[in-house]
Design a protein around this ligand. Structure first.
Ligand SMILES: NC(=O)c1ccc[n+]([C@@H]2O[C@H](COP(=O)([O-])OP(=O)(O)OC[C@H]3O[C@@H](n4cnc5c(N)ncnc54)[C@H](OP(=O)(O)O)[C@@H]3O)[C@@H](O)[C@H]2O)c1
Length: 328
C-alpha cells in the first residue's frame, strides 16, 4: 500500500535526536490545524499517506489540536486504524498537554492530576496503547516544576509514553527541568520551540542549552504559519489560515505590508537558490546543527510535496545567510 522507496529514494532523511538512539525525519507533520472536525477528512488521509510515503514517520499532536479540541487526535486515531494499523512500529507519534483543554481547575496547566488524565484521554481518542513522545506543552508557573516533571516520568513508567519532551519552557526552567528528568531516569528526548526566519528568539539561550545538553530540537511554525511563502505578498487568499476563526495574534501581527516588502526581498534570494520562499525557509532552519526536525503544517498534499523539495538544498553560503539576516 505504501511506497517501497519511503526510506530510500523518496525519503526525507533522518537526524538523531540529540544523544539518544532515536532518529526523527528532517521534516515532521504537525496536526495543530487542518485535521480537526472543521477540515476535509479525505484531504487529511491523503496528507498522512503522502507524508508516510516520503519517510515522514513523525506525527506531532496535542490534546487540544483541532476544532473542537481533541478532534485532531480523534480523526488521527481513525486514520491510524484504517490505514496505518500494520505500521505502528514505523511511526513516531507525539502528543502534549498543558494548555486549556477541558473545563474546571484540572483541564489546563502542568499538575500531576491534569497530565495523568490528559494522557489517558489522548490515548483513548487516538485508539493507541502508547505514544512515542509526551510533551509538557508549556511551563506552568503555578505548579512546582518537580510535580510536572514527576508526572511526565510517571507516564513513562506506566508505559503510556516511551519518551518525554518539553515545549516553550523559559531557558532557566528548561535547565532545571532537564536536571529533574535526568534524576528521575526519564531524560528529556527533545525540546519543541517556535523557530523561523522571522522569529529567532531561541538563538540567544535555548539553542545553546539544547546544544550543551545534547537533546533533540523539533521546531514549530518554520513557515511562520504560512507567512514565509508568497501567499500573503499581494493578497489574502480565500481559506488561508489568516481567514480562519482560529487565526491567532502571532499570525495577525505578521500579515501586513511591511512583511510583504521583506518577503519580496527574500524572494530574490530564494529565486537565486532555485527555491520558493517556503522551501528556503525550511532549509534555513535545517542548516543549523541543533535542529533535529522542522514540524510543518500543511493544508494540502501539494504544500507538503513542495515543502519536501526544500531538502534538495539545505546548504547556505555565508553571503546568503547574511543577506537573509539583513532583511529580517
Ligand atoms: N509546541 C507548541 O506550542 C506548538 C505551537 C504551534 C505549532 N506546533 C506544532 O507545529 C506544527 C506546525 O506549526 P504551524 O502549522 O504553525 O507550521 P507552519 O509550517 O509554519 O505553518 C503551516 C501553514 O503554512 C501554510 N503552508 C504550508 N506549506 C506551504 C507552502 N508550501 N506554501 C504556502 N503555504 C504553506 C499553510 O497555511 P494555509 O492553511 O494558509 O494554507 C499551513 O497551514 C503544528 O501542527 C503543531 O504540530 C506546536
Amino acid at each position: 500500500m505504501f511506497s517501497n522507496e519511503r526510506y530510500t529514494d523518496n525519503s526525507v532523511g533522518y537526524n538523531f535526536c540529540g544523544n539518544s538512539g532515536v532518529k526523527l525525519p528532517r521534516i515532521s507533520l504537525g496536526f495543530w490545524h487542518n485535521f480537526g472536525d472543521d477540515c476535509n477528512q479525505q484531504q487529511a488521509v491523503e496528507m498522512m499517506r503522502f507524508a508516510f510515503d516520503h519517510g515522514i514517520t513523525h506525527f506531532d499532536l496535542a490534546n487540544n489540536y483541532g476544532v473542537p479540541y481533541g478532534s485532531a487526535e480523534r480523526n488521527f486515531g481513525k486514520i491510524i486504524k484504517s490505514d496505518f494499523a500494520d505500521y505502528r512500529d514505523e511511526l513516531f507519534i507525539s502528543t502534549k498537554a498543558g494548555h486549556e483543554m477541558w473545563a474546571g481547575p484540572y483541564g489546563n496547566g502542568g499538575s500531576r492530576k491534569s497530565l495523568l488524565a490528559s494522557i489517558d484521554q489522548s490515548l483513548r481518542r487516538m485508539q493507541l496503547d502508547y505514544v512515542d513522545l509526551f510533551y509538557s506543552h508549556r511551563y506552568d508557573p503555578e505548579t512546582p516544576l518537580e510535580e510536572t516533571m514527576d508526572a511526565l516520568s510517571t507516564i513513562v513508567k506506566q508505559g503510556k509514553a516511551l519518551y518525554v519532551g518539553l515545549s516553550k519552557y523559559p531557558d532557566d526552567k528548561l535547565r532545571q527541568a532537564l536536571l529533574i528528568l535526568k534524576r528521575n531516569g526519564t531524560p528529556c528526548l527533545t525540546a519543541q520551540y517556535r523557530y523561523n526566519i522571522i522569529n529567532r528568539e531561541i538563538e540567544t539561550d535555548i539553542l545553546p542549552t539544547v546544544k550543551q545538553e545534547n537533546i533533540g530540537m523539533a521546531v514549530f511554525s518554520p513557515l511562520a504559519q504560512g507567512v514565509l511563502s508568497d501567499k500573503y505578498i499581494n493578497s489574502i487568499p480565500q481559506g488561508s489560515r489568516i481567514t480562519r476563526s482560529y487565526a491567532n495574534d502571532v499570525l495577525r501581527g505578521l500579515v501586513n505590508p511591511q512583511t510583504a516588502e521583506k518577503l519580496i526581498q527574500l524572494q530574490t534570494i530564494a529565486d537565486r537558490r532555485g527555491q520558493s520562499i517556503a522551501q528556503m525557509a525550511l532549509a534555513w532552519c535545517l542548516q543549523r546543527s541543533e535542529i533535529t526536525s522542522v514540524i510543518v503544517g500543511a493544508s494540502s498534499v501539494k504544500q507538503l510535496s513542495d515543502n519536501i523539495k526544500a531538502l534538495k538544498n539545505t546548504e547556505f553560503s555565508s553571503h546568503e545567510l547574511l543577506s537573509i539576516e539583513k532583511i529580517f
